[in-house]
Design a protein around this ligand. Structure first.
Ligand code: MG
Length: 385
């Protein structure tokens, strides 16, 4: 991405705030391209293939996983960034990295791990994504983690408690100052929502847990449904759904681009600093789209995420992770040797909190199927270890 083609308030490779461990500039790539490439080659990125979005991996081959979700987020982000003449490379990087810290079994995993870690500093998946790229990936000779640019790290840390912000240094500062991240980070955050709302509709219908009839109670869905039905009355249902989902993504993306363009024109930021210090985020939906979007989210929460079949799976998964955490806390000799070494080192430095953090890292890094296998190995007397 040539910096000269970007708006003056876009994030630029040539004026990046840099990396924690200084490195010379890459020869044939920009700084954010290098960040993206490091993410694609990371272990945590490959693990996303076997981590749940909503449906557990073995429930079907066509459902989204965290990997395909992240690729969809990167795609939507690139479209929005390019049309606003913002930095496509940075948005793509944040899109691909935003879920690296997710636990196995989706939100159920995050909640239970946070609960297990209550006395040891808690567990936030956003913070864990940052921890993965800052510390946990061990691939490079000269530094721990992936040593990403400040701008990529700022985008990955979407939310953060004030308590944690205080100990994070410069990347946590904006939460204390109530500032915003770059426009590239703001748009990727909303691209994440557009992606999961749309693909959860698609996966929800495919699974049969929600029906077309139910979804037609949602205004945003129904208006698109009626349009498609009128124009293509004989189209097979599955294809009709694809057409609706496609339009669902498109209408939200167009609304976001047009509304954000108008907000930027009005605010007239001169630089990325103006963007960060502006009183409101400049990337946003129109009021009516935000309302419709909220209604869609509410529908998905009540009808899909709370569906008894999804709840059974998440409750089972939560129980498994809680028991694994307890077993490792009680006896760290059950951990693989490299984690035992880390536990010992951390316990020396910060006691039980240090030990618990390493166990949380181990559990958060597991794929769904790895967690299942670990659970059987530790709790099932008939299982071979
Ligand atoms: Mg996401």
């Amino acid at each position: 991405m040539n910096d000269g083609l970007l708006e003056k308030y876009a994030a630029k490779s040539s004026t990046s705030l840099g990396r924690t461990h200084p490195e010379s500039s890459p020869a044939y790539r920009g700084e954010f391209q290098r960040d993206r490439d490091r993410i694609i080659h990371s272990t945590a990125f490959r693990r996303l293939e076997y981590k749940t979005q909503v449906f557990v991996n073995h429930e079907g081959d066509l459902f989204r996983t965290r990997l395909t979700h992240s690729i969809e987020v990167a795609q939507i982000s690139r479209t929005i960034a390019r049309s606003l003449q913002l930095n496509e490379d940075l948005s793509e990087t944040i899109g691909l990295a935003h879920d690296l810290g997710h636990t196995p079994f989706g939100h159920a995993g995050q909640d239970v791990l946070n609960d297990c870690m209550r006395d040891y500093g808690g567990f936030e998946h956003n913070l864990q994504s940052l921890r993965v790229v800052d510390e946990l990936e061990e691939k490079y000779a000269e530094f721990p983690g992936l040593n990403l640019t400040f701008e990529s790290r700022e985008g990955i840390l979407k939310h953060c408690s004030l308590k944690n912000a205080r100990i994070l240094g410069e990347v946590g500062q904006r939460f204390l100052n109530k500032h915003h991240p770059s426009l590239e980070a703001q748009l990727t955050n909303l691209a994440d929502e557009i992606a999961y709302n749309s693909h959860d509709v698609d996966d929800g219908l495919r699974s049969g847990l929600i029906t077309l009839k139910q979804l037609r109670e949602v205004e945003l869905f129904n208006s698109l449904y009626e349009d498609v039905d009128k124009n293509y009355p004989d189209l097979p249902t599955r294809r009709k759904i694809y057409e609706i989902v496609r339009r669902l993504i498109s209408c939200q993306v167009v609304d976001l681009i047009e509304t954000s363009k108008a907000r930027i024109e009005q605010a007239k930021p001169e630089s990325i600093t103006d963007v960060r210090e502006h009183d409101q985020p400049l990337i946003a939906y129109s009021d009516s789209m935000r309302e419709q979007n909220l209604a869609m989210k509410r529908f998905l929460r009540e009808n899909l995420y709370m569906h008894y079949r999804v709840r059974r799976m998440s409750s089972k998964s939560a129980r498994m992770l809680r028991e694994l955490f307890g077993a490792f806390m009680d006896d760290d000799l059950l951990l693989p040797p490299e984690y035992q070494d880390k536990v010992r080192q951390q316990q020396r430095e910060s006691g039980d909190s240090g030990k618990a953090r390493i166990i949380a890292d181990y559990i958060a890094g597991m794929t769904d199927r790895y967690a299942n296998a670990e659970y059987s190995k530790i709790f099932d007397p008939g299982s071979l270890t």
